[in-house]
Design a protein around this ligand. Structure first.
Ligand code: ZN
Length: 66
C-alpha cells in the first residue's frame, strides 16, 4: 500500500506511476487510473469489494429490461 492517499482504487498504483482520475463517491475522494476506469464504467460490480454499493450500479452499456 503506498503511503500517499492518491492511488488507483483497483491496482493501487500511485500518481508517480500512472495518471490518476479523481472520483467522488459517498463523501470520499477516490482515484482510478485510465487503465481501470473502463472497469468502473462497464463492470462496476467487479469493484464492489472495494466500493461497497457498486454491486447495485448497473453497467453503463447494458440495457436490460424486465
Ligand atoms: Zn489502476
Amino acid at each position: 500500500m503506498p503511503d500517499s492517499d492518491d492511488y488507483c482504487l483497483y491496482c493501487e498504483r500511485d500518481s508517480q506511476q500512472v495518471p490518476l482520475i479523481a472520483l467522488a463517491y459517498q463523501d470520499k475522494d477516490l482515484w482510478i487510473c485510465p487503465q481501470h476506469l473502463p472497469i468502473l464504467i462497464h463492470s462496476p460490480a467487479k469493484l464492489a469489494d472495494k466500493l461497497p454499493g457498486l454491486a447495485n450500479l448497473p453497467p453503463a452499456e447494458e440495457h436490460h429490461h424486465r
